[in-house]
Design a protein around this ligand. Sequence first.
Ligand SMILES: [Zn+2]
Length: 349
Amino acid sequence: MSCKAGQRHHPIRIRQPCLTEDLPGCGRPAYPLDVCLKVPDLSAWRNTASGVSGVHVFDSGLSGPDLVIVGMVHGNEYAGGHALEILRQNNPVPHTGRLTLILANLAAFDRFEANAPMASRYLTEDLNRLWHPSRLNGSERSSELDRARQILPFIERADLLLDLHSTLWPSEPVFIVPPRRRSSDFACVLASEEQSAALVVTDLGHQGGSRLVEYSRFMAVGGTGRACLLEAGLHWRSETVDMMVKVSERFLKDAMRIHFQGRETDTKQPAEMGVVTDNVLARSADFRFVEPWVGNTCIPNAGTVIARDGHDLICTPYDKCLLIVPNLRPRQGQLAVRLARRTAVHLNA
Ligand SMILES: [Zn+2]
């Protein structure tokens, strides 16, 4: 574990000599698998003029930025399917440049069943862990690798990319950006809209592989491609669709300004920024949070016990620690929560 954002005051993990009855803990909560959103009709995405299913291109015919909005990288996150279908129906041809809408994992979405809604996140492997040249250019094949290679030409040309996701566990909406100043500037513009997600978090990447927003186009030092991921709310809620549409519309409205200036100039709701300092992995099979924390909760004091993991207590390492997208029932070895510190400045990379 590393800390890139200043001093810490308390260790994260404290080994207990033995478990006692008075350790905090509220048990493992039941999965919140309420599917309250109808499955979208995505028939208009099957045979498209682009020649690639799930991809619609709206071209102004004039030179300008290449905008890309991606949904359903995870097949069961179909709030993104609703959001992109709403956008598509509005025929969103930009004034200049080109807009590409991509529903990334239609094959997994097609397997969605309301009584097993987690099973269609992907078919073979997580499509959001493959975006590294070693995987994309390798000789391996899988449903998701094939699909990543199929949509890669559209990603390769993106100047600005917005990747729409949702969460299983309750969380305030949050933008997650790769550690590049140009991408956090981009997300801060989107976050400055009233009633948008207000928090922009730069994170440490994912141990399982590179995410789409970490593709080399967006990570290259001195490059120009900008990307951010929006965790818009719970998977199967209409409010999540509303948040995705609102942020996408802001993106389209301000794309030129973001592309050429990239800065937040209107401060109706100034973005809050944070930097992930630690990824806390569940080392044991019975990792338990002491409360069912809602994502973006700020814990005031260093040393507050937030979870237990086998014989270990998990504590906040500094005051005002943000809990980013907690996974309230992680499997052994999975990411349980990211810890983030608020910052006043962008990472300068
Ligand atoms: Zn997702």
